[in-house]
Design a protein around this ligand. Structure first.
Ligand code: BV8
Length: 251
């Protein structure tokens, strides 16, 4: 697909762009994806570790998994794909970013209108009371083996402040994602395998809303069939090219 053709189609819409983002956008920042060849902890599936059942059965295994991810994250920086979405926001072309990622890299890239529908790995919360805290410091993340307990109610474990499989999304976050989808006329679907619901339904809603849906991925996905265009290639290359050309054309 010729990117200039895509740009012209977008310009004609007088675009209000919402972005739906997955793990593929953070790959170039050094964060492994969930289901790719370098998927997180290949001997486990995310669906086996990111669940309340896994945590109740073996909280240490689950915490070891999150600590391993946090150690990588503490070295990670936003990449040109994150920064290109920040540029769209600065030019008032972006309605918002709906991210499945929990890494917080959009905020570090300077984006403000973000909804983290699967939560935030940099925070942890008590399984029992309302206590929550950041733990993305070397000292806390590196604490090797002991399980973190709530400093407030002491006897209860802390868990990562993320949404696990089988858990419902925060209703306000999901409401915000749905609103931004309906308020936009262009949806970018970036670096997601499109297998996790309910986020995977958003491109369908976008199409029902007569939005233009453009996929940025390195391969076909179950969402490709709903997309008007699929721009194949590493999004850390294709997305900056797309946003720079679009901003130039809209001057
Ligand atoms: C819910 C947070 C209502 C934690 C995550 C049966 C029983 C129970 C539930 C279900 C069921 N069937 C379906 C469900 C619903 C379930 C679900 O969808 N399961 C799937 C696996 C079938 N969903 C839920 O449970 C959700 N809650 O529905 O509540 C409910 C309640 C009870 C019962 C039923 C319904 C909650 C889902 C949230 C799970 N939490 N993460 C953590 O991160 O630790 S999901 C996890 O997967 C991450 O958030 C991740 O972002 C997300 C999706 O994955 P992707 O981001 O797409 O990443 P992936 O690796 O898969 O793909 C990367 C893509 O990037 C690939 O396409 C690759 O080609 C591409 N790529 C790679 N490099 C690049 C690139 N693209 C461009 N450039 C590159 N350089």
């Amino acid at each position: 697909m010729n990117i200039d053709t895509v740009i012209e189609t977008v310009v004609e819409k007088k675009p209000k762009i919402v972005s739906v983002v997955g793990a593929g956008i953070s790959k170039a920042s050094g964060m492994p994806t969930f289901r790719g060849e370098d998927g997180l902890w290949n001997n486990y599936r995310a669906e086996e570790l990111a669940t309340p059942y896994a945590f109740s059965r073996d909280p240490k295994l689950v915490w070891d998994w999150y600590r391993a991810r946090m150690r990588i994250l503490l070295e990670a920086e936003p990449n040109p794909a994150h920064c290109s979405l920040t540029k769209l926001e600065e030019k008032n072309i972006s309605t918002g970013i709906i991210t499945q990622n929990v890494d917080g890299l959009h905020e570090i890239a300077g984006s403000k209108k973000i909804v983290e529908v699967h939560g935030r790995i940099r925070y942890r919360r008590c399984v029992n009371c309302d206590h929550f805290e950041r733990w993305d410091s070397n000292e806390k993340a590196q604490k090797s083996i002991e399980l973190p307990y709530c400093p407030k109610c002491e006897t209860n474990l802390l868990r990562p402040d993320v949404v696990w499989f089988g858990e419902t999304l925060d209703s306000q976050s999901w409401q915000q994602a749905a609103e931004w989808t309906m308020q936009s006329n262009v949806m970018l679907v970036i670096g997601t395998s499109g297998v996790v619901a309910p986020v995977s339904t958003l491109p369908i809603y976008a199409k029902q809303n007569n939005s233009l849906v453009i996929e940025f991925n390195i391969e076909q996905t179950p969402i490709s069939g709903y997309c008007d265009y699929s721009l194949f290639g590493p999004c850390e290359e294709t997305l900056p090219e797309f946003t720079d050309k679009l901003i130039e054309r809209m001057k």
